[in-house]
Design a protein around this ligand. Structure first.
Ligand SMILES: [Cu+2]
Length: 470
C-alpha cells in the first residue's frame, strides 16, 4: 500500500478545499507562561469521510499551536505531560540557553507523565523554527508531537500573506491508525528511516491554498518527517529564497521552483502568484516516488494586483559571529554503519560489540568515530568563543541530515560538486559517501547534541554531543 502514490490521483479529481490556518496561534512574550499539553488527540489525516487518526499532539492537535514571538523577546512555555511516557521539548534551530534545549538525559531530566516543565528563553534570531520532543523522538514526532515557532522580524518584509506549511509523512494502516508495530524497526533504522505512506500539510491531507493572481506570499516550509527528504517543486512559479533554517540569505530566485528539504530543515520563500485568474499551480514532490502535496488555486475572476511586485529585498543579516578558521579547533567525525555498509563492530556503552551482536542485542547499526550513540564523554570539548572546524566523513551508502544544537554553522568544504555558499544552517543534508567540513564559533556554553535528524538513524546510533566551556 502506498497512499503516497494513490493520493496523486485522488488529488487531481477531488474537490479543492482551502488550507485551514494552523490550529491556534499563540503570541508568546507575555508575563505568564503559555501552557502546552502533550496529550493524545485525533486528526483527519486521510480524506474527509475516511477514518480519523489517533495522534499525540501539543494540546492534542497536529501540528501543535503556532507559537509567535518577536525577535529578542522571551518565550515562556509550560509543558504539561499527559502522555504515558516521559517527554521534553527541543526548540530546533534556536540559539538557546543550554538548560532550555530539551534534550532528555543531557540538558534536563525527561518530564514524567503528569509532570510539568517550564521553558523560558530569549530568541536571538528572527526566522522559522520548530519544536518537538527530544526523548524517543522517533516515536513521539512520528505520532504528531511538533509545531512551528515563528520569530518575527522587528521590521518584517512586506507580503500579502505569511503562511507556515509544515509537511509531514505518516505510516498509517487502512483503518487510519498509526502503524505502531514498526516503531523502531530494524529495517527502518538500518535503511532510510521510517518513511510514511500518507503526506500531510499542517495536519491536513492536502496543502491547497486559495490565492489571487499576483498575490505575494511568504511561505515558511518545514519538513517534520522522521526521515523523508522532500524534493519540492513549485510548478510554474519562481519563488525567491530569503531564509534557510531560520536565517536570512542573500535573495536568489529559484527559476525552476525546486527546493530540497531534509528532515528538520526549513526554507522561507517569497512567492508571487504570477498567473491569471483561474490558474492552478501544483506543489509536487519530485523524487523517486512523485506525488502532489497541494495546489495554489487562483481565484477564478479576481486578481490581487495587475502585475507582480518587484523582487524582495534581503532580510537583515543574521547576528551570528563568523568562525575564525585560522585558530579553529579541528574535529573529525567519521560516520559509519547502516545496511550494506560492511561495518565490523563498534563501541556501545563502553564495550566493543561485533556488528551482529550490536544489531541483535541492542538494535544499533550506526556509529560516529566507532562509538554508537551518546556516551558519557563528549565527542569534543571546546573553550567558549573558540571556533570549531568539524570534518564530517559519511562513509555510509545513505544520506544523512546532520543537525547541530545551539549553534548555526557554515559549510566551508564539500566534495559533492555543489557550490559553497554563505548560508547559516542548523541542519545539512549529506549525500552517501560525501565529506563536508562545517565551521562555527562555539559561543554558546553547555552540552550540545550533534546527530542525524533522520530519527531512526539517531535512535540507531547516529548521535553524539560536544561541550562548550563556560
Ligand atoms: Cu542519517
Amino acid at each position: 500500500m502506498t497512499r503516497v502514490s494513490r493520493r496523486t490521483f485522488i488529488n487531481g479529481a477531488g474537490a479543492l478545499a482551502g488550507l485551514a490556518l494552523l490550529p491556534r496561534t499563540v503570541v508568546a512574550g507575555a508575563a505568564k507562561p503559555i501552557e502546552l499539553t502533550a496529550k493524545p488527540g485525533m486528526a483527519q489525516l486521510l480524506d474527509a469521510g475516511e477514518p480519523k487518526t489517533a495522534v499525540w499532539g501539543y494540546d492534542g492537535s497536529v501540528p501543535g499551536p503556532l507559537l509567535r514571538v518577536r525577535q529578542n523577546d522571551e518565550v515562556w512555555v509550560r509543558l504539561k505531560n499527559e502522555l504515558d511516557q516521559p517527554t521534553t521539548i527541543h526548540w530546533h534551530g534556536i540559539r538557546i540557553d543550554n538548560r532550555m534545549d530539551g534534550v532528555a538525559g543531557l540538558t534536563q531530566e525527561p518530564v514524567a507523565p503528569g509532570a510539568t516543565f517550564d521553558y523560558r528563553f530569549r530568541v536571538p534570531d528572527a526566522g522559522s523554527f520548530w519544536y518537538h520532543p527530544h526523548n524517543r523522538s522517533w516515536e513521539q514526532v512520528a505520532r504528531g508531537l511538533y509545531g512551528a515557532l515563528i520569530v518575527d522580524e522587528r521590521d518584517p518584509p512586506r507580503v500579502d500573506r505569511d503562511l507556515v506549511l509544515i509537511i509531514d509523512d505518516w505510516r498509517l494502516q487502512n483503518d487510519g491508525a498509526i502503524h505502531t508495530e514498526s516503531f523502531g524497526s530494524l529495517g527502518d533504522i538500518s535503511h532510510g528511516g521510517r518513511l510514511g505512506n500518507v503526506i500531510s500539510v499542517n495536519g491536513q491531507p492536502y496543502g491547497n491554498v486559495d490565492v489571487k493572481a499576483n498575490e505575494r506570499l511568504r511561505l515558511r516550509l518545514m519538513n517534520t518527517c522522521n526521515a523523508r527528504i522532500l524534493d519540492l517543486k513549485l510548478e510554474g512559479l519562481s519563488p525567491y529564497l530569503i531564509a534557510v533554517d531560520g536565517q536570512a540569505v542573500a535573495v536568489s530566485q529559484i527559476d525552476d521552483g525546486k527546493l530540497t528539504l531534509a528532515p528538520g530543515q526549513r526554507a522561507d520563500l517569497v512567492v508571487d502568484m504570477t498567473g491569471k485568474p483561474g490558474d492552478r499551480f501544483a506543489v509536487n514532490e519530485v523524487s523517486r516516488d512523485p506525488f502532489t502535496i497541494g495546489h495554489f488555486v487562483l481565484h477564478p475572476t479576481e486578481a490581487f494586483r495587475d502585475e507582480p511586485l518587484a523582487a524582495p529585498t534581503a532580510l537583515l543579516r543574521p547576528a551570528i559571529k563568523e568562525p575564525d578558521l585560522a585558530s579553529a579547533q579541528d574535529v573529525d567525525l567519521i560516520m559509519t554503519g547502516g545496511a550494506m555498509s560492511g561495518i565490523e563492530g563498534a563501541m556501545y556503552e563502553g564495550v566493543y560489540w561485533p556488528i551482529r551482536e550490536l544489531v541483535r542485542k541492542h538494535g544499533k547499526v550506526w556509529a560516529f568515530n566507532g562509538v554508537v550513540g551518546r556516551s558519557d564523554e563528549p565527542l569534543f570539548r571546546v573553550a567558549k568563543d573558540r571556533s570549531v572546524k568539524l570534518k564530517m566523513v559519511n562513509k555510509t551508502p545513505w544520506p544523512h541530515a546532520m543537525h547541530v544544537h545551539g549553534h548555526h554553522f557554515k559549510v566551508i568544504e564539500r566534495n559533492d560538486g555543489r557550490p559553497l555558499d554563505a548560508t547559516w544552517r542548523d541542519t545539512v543534508l549529506m549525500d552517501p559517501d560525501s565529506t563536508f567540513t562545517i565551521a562555527f564559533l562555539a559561543d554558546n556554553p553547555g552540552k550540545w547534541m550533534l546527530h542525524c535528524h533522520m530519527l531512526e538513524h539517531q535512535a540507531g546510533g547516529m548521535a553524539t554531543w560536544f561541550e562548550v566551556g563556560a
